[in-house]
Design a protein around this ligand. Structure first.
Ligand SMILES: Nc1ncnc2c1ncn2[C@@H]1O[C@H](COP(=O)(O)OP(=O)(O)O)[C@@H](O)[C@H]1O
Ligand SMILES: [Mg+2]
Length: 229
């Protein structure tokens, strides 16, 4: 098991730093390179092994407001999911441009392809159903946004997640987003385990014919516009 490398991990909770600048990273997990991608690193917060998603490089830039919004949205979502074994616990926000969460020991689903099987995907499917029944869609479900920790899949990266208000839960957009999550999960499962979806799963993840036609028409239009230049 991964242990928190900070001295406070064995004792009473340490006080939380109020900004990311006061946090000492112990391992860089991902360098933010693309637009509005955070630096993600391991550290200790409140004496616990933690991960910080840090957008501090946007401070004093016009994008700082958007970065703050992303932090707030993800923090709010993790707070809603508090106590659920399929999401990391929120440890708090740090000065508005960073958020801290529980460190989940394990590998990403992409990196665990050689040993994950149907069992993990069944759990993931059940977790996704639970999320959807609370009106929440993840909207960015792929192999590096799921960690597998002691055989339990844990969803991470809730930056794009959305909780539809109750009156919108059966709207076209909410249904389309749920379908997108299901389709991504089935694609992942097929790619990593070779398991094809059952006819019922394929039906639930399939796009309605009119959306498919709209997408194809848009693709053709886009290609001819590009070809015509
Ligand atoms: N709570 C966590 N515990 C362990 N590793 C994490 C955690 N959160 C993120 N990571 C690692 O950092 C990577 C990037 O985090 P992620 O939230 O997906 O950031 P981004 O929004 O840039 O995609 C993940 O793929 C995972 O390897
Ligand atoms: Mg991610």
């Amino acid at each position: 098991m991964n242990r928190c490398p900070c001295p406070a991990s064995t004792g009473a909770p340490a006080s939380a730093p109020s900004t990311a600048a006061a946090v000492v990273p112990t391992e860089l997990l991902k360098r933010g390179q693309r637009l509005l991608e955070p630096d993600v690193y391991r550290t200790c917060l409140h004496g616990r092994a933690a991960v910080v998603k840090d957008y501090t490089r946007y401070r004093h830039t016009p994008l700082s407001l958007v970065a703050r919004l992303l932090v707030r949205r993800e923090a709010r979502m993790l707070q809603r999911l508090g106590g659920w074994r399929h999401a990391p616990a929120l440890l708090g926000t740090l000065g508005g441009l960073a958020l801290g969460m529980e460190f989940i020991p394990g590998d990403t689903l992409s990196d665990s392809a050689s040993y994950v099987g149907r069992e993990v995907f069944d759990q993931l499917q059940a977790a996704l159903n639970k999320l959807h029944s609370a009106g929440i869609t993840h909207n960015d479900l792929h192999g590096t946004n799921v960690l597998v920790s002691a055989g339990v899949p844990v969803l991470i990266d809730f930056t794009a997640a959305w909780q539809a208000p109750r009156w919108l839960r059966n709207s076209l957009i909410a249904r389309q987003l749920r379908r997108g999550d299901r389709a991504n999960l089935l694609k992942l499962r097929q790619r990593l385990t070779g398991l094809a979806p059952t006819p019922e799963q394929a039906r639930l993840a399939a796009e309605p014919a009119w959306i498919r036609r709209l997408r194809q028409a848009w693709k053709q239009c886009y290609r001819s516009l590009k070809g015509g230049r």
